[in-house]
Design a protein around this ligand. Structure first.
Ligand code: AMP
Ligand code: GLY
Length: 425
């Protein structure tokens, strides 16, 4: 098979690395890719929302399957575009159509979906500029902290958690009336705060059947001890020790099954990954959010733990016979540590020369924001690498990731040195 992966982050490098191992693979293309994906296949430069350019590429390279990494092209309808095109309509796209991607594209929609299908989630109401006063009154009925969520995509910045009622009421106004997050906050979800520990569960579905993939915990804040600004993710661990068999059984019965049944009932033909952000509240799982794609950096610990042929599983999604496939997962622990550019998640410089030493290391070096400049690998983004290692324990795995982190050099390198520490017993 000839496969095209869309995206350019660590997630897409992990996909490329895993798919490149498939016996069914002939040629692998990554668009636009990064300096790391170039080792797994051929990078092709294009803009992810230029669907016509993607069509030409698929045609030219005889692509048999398209795997979509990030949410943007899915929310913008790349799968629908394929289905509506005479040339492309039979080429499987891994990732939902607009009617499924809206689970990530609209928080109001996803809350309605959860309520409609009896899926546990925080109590909420949605408001617009016309109902600002009601929204402020609703806030006054809740206990702090207060959770405000812009309905639309806001590059991961659209959620505010505030301790003070007055401030929450002012922020609600700023979001609804002053377009704090642009169009994304024209509607705002106000919800109850859930107290607990977060984790993510990933599901692969062909619309009828599903496979639960390994769970992972992500470290979102820039600073050690979960302090400072939110980032795309500074590290991840899989498996998550507190997500034992009993807990995952609850997730499957209370959340995964009703989600997949919900797709069927709502006539959403969902083919792809569902990323379920969960809160473990005293042993009971509640959904915080759905995403219509895999997580980054969670993918960099989830895929390396899967021993089965990923392309074969994705074929099961395309042919709707995922129930006939099996999925093998190593019980070993995988950890990933993300190296970022100095200044991230604020302003940072690109184009810093990178020197990588990896002799004697079995750590997987997934590139995120890297590119080539005159044959040299240089930084090209906020998150630069995700370094994934295995071990019998979190501590064993993460020690290897940290050791590799010391062997990569570029100006401004930063990483969190406490990844996994909270989970070590
Ligand atoms: P989201 O974009 O929905 O994932 O929200 C971003 C982050 O805000 C989540 O990863 C949680 O840490 C936090 N969060 C969102 N909703 C809630 C909630 N209802 N209770 C507690 N924390 C929340
Ligand atoms: N790591 C969180 C995300 O991919 O959304």
């Amino acid at each position: 098979m000839n496969v095209l992966i869309l995206g350019s982050g660590g997630r897409e490098h992990a996909f490329a690395w895993k798919i490149a191992q498939s016996k069914q693979l002939q040629n692998l293309y990554i668009a636009p890719g990064n300096a790391g994906t170039a080792n797994c296949g051929t990078n092709i430069s294009l803009a992810l929302n230029d669907f016509d350019a993607i069509k030409n590429l698929v045609w030219e390279k005889n692509i048999d399957m398209v795997v979509v990494g990030p949410e943007d092209p899915l929310v913008n309808g790349i799968h629908d575009y394929f289905l509506q095109d005479e040339v492309l309509k039979d080429i499987p796209v891994i990732g939902p159509k607009k009617d499924g991607a809206i689970l990530e594209g609209s928080k109001d929609f996803s809350k309605q979906f959860m309520i409609r299908h009896g899926i546990p989630t925080a109590r909420y109401q949605s408001f617009t500029s016309e109902t600002l006063k009601q929204g402020q009154a609703f806030l006054a009925t809740l206990n702090p902290p207060f959770v405000l969520k812009a309905d639309g995509l806001a590059a991961g910045k659209g959620v505010l958690i505030l301790d003070n009622l007055k401030e929450a009421q002012q922020e609600l106004e700023a979001m609804l009336v002053n377009a704090k997050f642009g169009k994304a906050s024209a509607t705002v979800v106000v919800e109850e705060f859930l107290k607990g520990i977060e984790l993510s569960v990933f599901v692969l579905t062909d619309g009828k059947h599903y496979k639960i993939l390994p769970a992972a915990k992500d470290y979102k804040r820039i600073g050690e001890g979960d302090t400072g600004l939110n980032t795309g993710g500074m590290g991840a661990v899989s498996p998550v020790p507190f997500a034992d068999e009993d807990f995952i059984k609850k997730v499957e019965e209370r959340i995964v099954k009703p989600t997949i049944d919900g797709f069927v009932k709502d006539k959403i033909d969902y083919r792809g990954f569902v990323f379920i952000g969960l809160m473990n509240c005293n042993g009971d799982p509640y959904v915080i959010e759905y995403n219509c794609r895999m997580g980054d950096p969670e993918t960099e610990v989830v895929l390396p733990r899967i021993q089965s042929d990923l392309l074969d599983l994705l074929q099961g999604v395309a042919q709707q016979n995922l129930n006939e496939k099996s999925i093998e997962v190593t019980p070993d622990t995988a950890t990933t540590v993300v190296l970022v550019s100095g200044g991230y998640p604020g302003d940072y410089e690109k184009g810093k020369k990178i020197d990588i030493q990896s002799a004697g290391s079995d750590t997987l070096i997934f590139h995120s924001g890297t590119s080539f400049s005159q044959e040299h690998v240089v930084t090209n983004g906020g998150r630069v690498f995700a370094l994934t290692s295995f071990g019998k324990s979190i501590s064993e795995a993460v020690t290897k990731s940290f050791r590799q982190a010391e062997q990569i050099h570029y100006e401004g390198k930063y990483y969190r040195k406490d990844i996994g520490r909270d989970l070590m017993s």
